[in-house]
Design a protein. Sequence first.
Length: 216
Amino acid sequence: MNQAKRPFEFVAASYLIRIRVERAWTLAELGSHLRVIPEDSIFFHTFQSLESHHYTVFCNDFAQWAKAACNEAVLAEEMGAIDLRDFVSLEDLRHVLVATVENYLKKNPQSADRPAFEPFYFSEAIEVAVPVETKACTVRELADGIKSLSLQSLHYHFINSRLRLHLRTNDFSMWLEDSEGLPDLAQKLNRVDFYMNTLEGVRKEILETLKPWLHQ
């Protein structure tokens, strides 16, 4: 069984959720706040909220609010169509979100100041990541570690890593290619779709992808 050049180091991750002072009662206010809120807030309402929206049409909080509170179905569809898999920078995502709202309001100025049924409450997620003793030196050990990861730690290693590395990849794939010399497996693992799946579903697919390689 191949030993890695360096072990994979798991972390225990958690997220502290804080409600911010910003509120949006109108789409114009939403657009204004989107320009200036911290990246932690953009992260919370998009990447972090993926899990809560897997069973809804829209995969971010902004699209959900545009539909449910503002009754702006077209804008909701446009914001919901923003694919988070295309982004490795929260600033780039911010620009697209702002542009989507602004372009919609240019076409529909009457919607800018129409009060919503309820306000949008901006929140933010503060990440806390602590190294743990668990390490992996083989594919089997990696799989065993993934089995016992909390969902938040899985989110950290498989989804948040895109923003941390500024690459369209994840911590597991990076390690498999760089330390295990398994680029094919790394690519297969990176094709596991976190966008249209629950985190438990992601875990299951990762483990199924690793299974044929456990004795490598």
